[in-house]
Design a protein around this ligand. Structure first.
Ligand code: 5GP
Ligand code: MN
Length: 334
């Protein structure tokens, strides 16, 4: 948590006269959107308005969250987004910890004169004016709740805040399954339910939303899942041609990589996907136990994240990327 002195200083910054912006990472997920909107609703409950800016668009299954549709998507509203960042007095940076994770917004953020407040749970944060970083907490949404508590404002948590924070905790813990899910997580979730978050409605809004294109893509990749490295690693992939052929929509491949990790004996799964427009491969890594995909992705694939969930990129072709990946695995003895 921020120190008591930092909390006092942050408190002096959170006034209606100040322009406040909330930023989150590229390809926002449930935790990114949930923490951003949860914080926005909390500030609103304090009588302070804030704008949420995302670098690019986010999936439909996250747009049910209160005011999600008011988010400013920088890829569509570049000028508005860059002006807001330039003129902001305070910028909250949520669920990412390096300007390189927010695309074009990274340069704008670096140049901005605002006080920059980081709240994030990824490994190896870069410097910000105020840093609340904890890699043991499963979701940034949980950290927003801790922040609200530390500000002495738990009584302000309302239905909107609760729904947003519940969603991010649910998605980033894989439905309360992943290792970092703790008793504290469940206590907070219990509080959020009491404040109006409905687990069955939120689950159904977020997860019972398969598109036909998603199910077809899933069938395709499951049909050719490959296990390498003495059964310890699973590989999944999709080509641009396939994405087009099956009518890919944003969010369709969310969670696919987990099927690789569910195979008996597999300690690490990698999902490679050709970008729809540009010549690079986006990679998702997931792992079990002490297999550290954050380090692996940082070292070889220009990425990062958490020990058991990370992402990266490659400028090689799909085939070359998968070959490189298999070689690096063997070299690292993973
Ligand atoms: P996903 O595989 O779901 O895209 O990402 C898994 C985790 O790694 C998320 O917490 C995400 O924020 C992080 N991540 C994904 N891609 C990158 C990347 O290119 N660089 C870094 N540093 N983190 C990433
Ligand atoms: Mn997160």
């Amino acid at each position: 948590m921020f120190t008591p002195a930092e909390l006092l200083e942050i408190n002096t910054l959170l006034i209606p006269e100040n322009k406040i912006v909330i930023l989150t990472h590229y390809n926002p997920d449930g935790d990114a959107i949930g923490s951003s909107l949860g914080l926005k609703h909390y500030l609103h409950a304090k009588g302070i308005e804030a704008e949420v800016i995302t670098p690019n668009d986010f999936p439909k299954f996250l747009k049910w969250m209160p005011e999600a549709k008011k988010n400013i998507v920088a890829e569509y509203k570049r000028k508005i987004a860059s002006d807001l960042i330039r003129d902001a007095d305070v910028i909250f940076c949520l669920d990412f910890n390096s300007p390189s994770r927010i695309g074009i917004l990274g340069d704008w953020l670096t140049r901005a004169k605002a006080k920059k407040i980081l709240i994030d749970h990824h490994q190896q944060p870069e410097p910000f004016d105020f840093v609340y970083s904890d890699t043991v907490i499963p979701a940034t949404c949980q950290m927003i709740y801790h922040f609200i508590e530390a500000m002495g404002d738990e009584n302000l948590v309302n239905k909107e805040i609760a729904e947003c924070l519940y969603t991010g905790i649910m998605t980033d813990t894989g439905g309360f399954r992943f290792r970092s899910t703790s008793a504290a997580t469940h206590r907070i979730v219990a509080n959020l339910i009491e404040k109006g978050a409905d687990p069955s409605i939120i689950t159904s809004n977020t997860w019972d939303t398969n598109t036909v294109s998603r199910l077809h893509l899933l069938a395709l990749i499951l049909g050719r899942i490959e296990v390498v490295n003495d059964g310890k690693a699973a590989i999944l992939y999709l080509t641009r041609k396939e994405l087009k052929e099956y009518g890919f929509q944003k969010g369709d491949t969310e969670g696919f990589v987990n099927y690789g990790l569910s195979i008996i004996g597999v300690k690490m799964a990698a999902f490679f996907m050709e970008d729809l427009y540009e010549d690079f491969i986006k990679i998702s890594f997931r792992s079990k136990d002490d297999v550290d995909v954050n380090q692996f992705s940082r070292k070889y694939f220009n990425g990062g994240g958490h020990i058991n969930a990370a992402g990266g990129k490659s400028d090689e072709t799909l085939e070359e990327t998968i070959r490189t990946f298999t070689q690096r695995l063997a070299e690292e003895n993973m």
